[in-house]
Design a protein around this ligand. Structure first.
Ligand SMILES: NC(=O)c1ccc[n+]([C@@H]2O[C@H](COP(=O)([O-])OP(=O)(O)OC[C@H]3O[C@@H](n4cnc5c(N)ncnc54)[C@H](O)[C@@H]3O)[C@@H](O)[C@H]2O)c1
Length: 336
């Protein structure tokens, strides 16, 4: 994944030599963020309990850059581990979370502990380490099923699942820590992020990873509901760009909530058809299952705030991102 050339120089000026802590950095988005931070010259410390990831990608980074990558294997609920990961951090990216809606319905208390209480712990550790800014991976699920589209940050949130409620709580914590402790914070509401290395194997896999895995195995994609649900699918490179821009933003950030999407939506059925075509198996027709509790019908980001505040512009289009993702899974399946 490459960052847009016109942004790199400015980002490098900010991140070169910077000490950065990434919670959840062994995960899907966190791993891509770590790649980008290293490419910009930052030194990173990752804290992750590997509950939904492995050390595979990060080990590669540690081998390449042993001086600039440190890994703390621990939970954000463990204050000692957090303190170790956070010591000396100037910037904090808080991505560690239980990230699945269906899993949160099965395990609401654990979801709350990790996502909400864990965020309090991260904020306190960041404050203790005198970090300058905490950027938080918030979620578009905060909007719930309200009919207004596109989703604008000023809409009243209506979370529909324990996951969404816990992620929304994290946003409030970000703004409260800015208010009470003058810690600079921002919450980025990611909209359906997809890309290479997203885990397709869990029962809770995100839709793009799960479709690509099925289609490449010659199996039909499974659609929950009738497939008319729409999503603003956002390539991970776009999310990483917005995240880096939020970390480096010179404006005063005090808990602002910012949508990170593309401003375009497609239906789940269109996604399935597009992927079967892209993988040259257009005869594979989706199979339909009952819709899942907690899923929202439609989602589309208004990205005006991200443009104005962060200078964010999505630079990878959906089709290109899907192409890159399919190619990565093909190589992974072939063991290359
Ligand atoms: N992927 C998306 O579409 C999306 C959309 C909206 C928001 N988000 C948010 O972005 C962040 C990253 O998501 P992702 O898709 O990369 O998920 P992910 O599961 O790949 O990454 C989360 C990481 O956090 C780690 N983790 C979980 N509990 C932990 C704990 N107690 N202590 C330390 N580490 C812990 C996991 O092991 C994993 O490596 C999450 O906060 C998620 O809520 C993601």
């Amino acid at each position: 994944m490459k960052l847009p050339a016109e942004k790199v120089a400015k980002l490098r000026t900010f991140y070169e030599g910077r000490e950065v802590c990434v919670t959840g950095g062994a995960g899907f988005i966190g791993g891509h963020l770590c790649d980008a931070l290293l490419s910009l010259g930052a030194a990173i410390r990752v804290i992750d309990d590997l509950s939904n990831s492995s050390l595979e990608h990060l080990s590669g980074l540690i081998d390449l850059e042993p001086e600039r990558v440190r890994f703390v294997h621990g939970s954000i609920l463990d204050d000692d581990a957090l303190k170790e990961a956070m010591a000396g951090a100037q910037s904090v990216f808080h991505l560690a979370a239980m990230g699945s809606v269906p899993l949160s319905i099965e395990k609401p208390q654990r979801t709350w502990s990790v996502n909400a209480t864990g965020t309090v712990r991260v904020l306190e550790a960041a404050r203790g380490a005198k970090a300058q800014r905490v950027v938080y991976a918030a979620s578009s699920s905060a909007y719930g099923d309200q009919p207004e589209l596109p989703k604008v940050e000023s809409q009243i949130p209506k979370p529909l699942s324990p996951y969404a409620a816990s992620k929304l709580a994290g946003e409030h914590l970000m703004s409260v820590w800015a208010n009470c402790y003058a810690l600079s914070t921002a919450s980025l509401r990611y909209f359906n992020i997809f890309g290479p290395r997203q885990n397709p194997d869990s029962a809770y896999a995100a839709v793009v990873a799960s479709f690509v895995k099925s289609v490449l195995a010659g199996e039909p994609p499974t659609v929950f509901g009738d497939g008319s649900q729409t999503r603003d699918f956002t390539f991970v490179g776009n999310a990483v760009l917005a995240t880096l821009l939020a970390g480096a933003c010179q404006s005063r950030l005090s808990g602002q909530v910012v949508n990170v999407g593309t401003g375009r939506r497609v239906s789940i059925l269109e996604l399935a058809t597009g992927l079967t075509r892209q993988c040259a198996v257009p005869h594979l027709q989706p199979v339909f299952r009952p819709s899942r509790t907690g899923d929202v019908a439609h989602s589309l980001a208004d990205i005006t705030q991200a443009r104005n505040l962060l200078g964010y512009e999505p630079f990878t289009a959906l089709e290109d991102g899907l192409g890159e993702t399919v190619e990565w899974y093909k190589r992974a399946l072939a063991g290359i």
